[in-house]
Ligand binder design. Structure first.
Ligand code: PRP
Ligand code: URA
Length: 207
């Protein structure tokens, strides 16, 4: 299932990050800002426990997060979302999946994996700005589940129906949160209208 975050503050920032004239410095800032808003929504159902806190006036019944949160950016572009979620959950642990889309086949190739042991039993948040064919996200979910993760959420910035359908088919237990669900993929498997190559725009590697 995919949930679209339609809040005006998110949609305003999305309009700016999509703009071809937005340079890599502003693109990075906006990736962080949008991620913070989308993750705020994505984490609304995580496990909490009741705690008693003594205020200067009396005892207050409060709630605190009661699960290990492990954030897993898909390299490279997922790195652009890491700071945003860590501002929201500073105690989160971080794992990494390195994947790139083969230019000809458009299929994901895995080149790196490193996770904290808390992926087993904790709440895993996979972050990647683009959910295009869905191949990279499905590959990351396959790798995480093979290592014992069973409570996983996906957060992206721009998604599309084809990618959402692939993830839903392969991993129906995984919820997807996105700031946009765009129309389609083009012949190069880029999201239309999308925002272009997220990794290149984040890191200034485009021409
Ligand atoms: C991009 C993006 C996703 C993937 C999405 O990464 O960050 O990981 O493509 O496409 P998919 O849904 O069709 O698999 P890319 O392969 O360009 O690597 P990069 O982040 O290193 O630039
Ligand atoms: N990867 C990107 O960075 N952008 C797309 O539109 C598709 C895949």
């Amino acid at each position: 299932m995919a949930e679209l975050i339609e809040h005006p503050c998110v949609q305003h920032k999305l309009a700016v990050i999509r703009n071809v004239k937005t340079g890599h410095k502003r693109f990075r800032e906006l990736s962080k800002e949008i991620t913070k808003f989308v993750c705020y929504e994505a984490l609304k159902n995580i496990k909490t426990k009741e705690v008693t806190v003594t205020t200067p006036v009396a005892e207050a019944t409060c709630r605190k997060i009661d699960t290990d949160i492990v954030v897993i950016p898909i390299l490279r572009a997922g790195i652009g979302m890491l700071e945003g979620i860590l501002e929201l959950v500073p105690t989160a642990r971080v794992g990494f999946v390195g994947l790139y889309r083969d230019e000809d086949t458009k299929l994901p190739v895995t080149y790196y994996e490193r996770y904290p042991p808390q992926i087993e039993g904790g709440t895993c948040i996979v972050i990647d700005p683009m959910l295009a064919t869905g191949g990279s996200t499905v590959a990351a979910l396959d790798l995480l589940k093979a290592k014992g993760a069973d409570n996983i959420i996906v957060v992206c910035i721009v998604s599309c129906p084809e990618g959402i359908a692939l993830v839903e088919k392969a991993h129906p237990d995984v919820l997807i949160y996105a700031a946009a669900i765009d129309e389609e993929l083009n012949e190069k498997k880029y999201i239309v209208p999308g925002l272009g190559d997220a990794g290149d725009r984040l890191f200034g590697t485009s021409h």
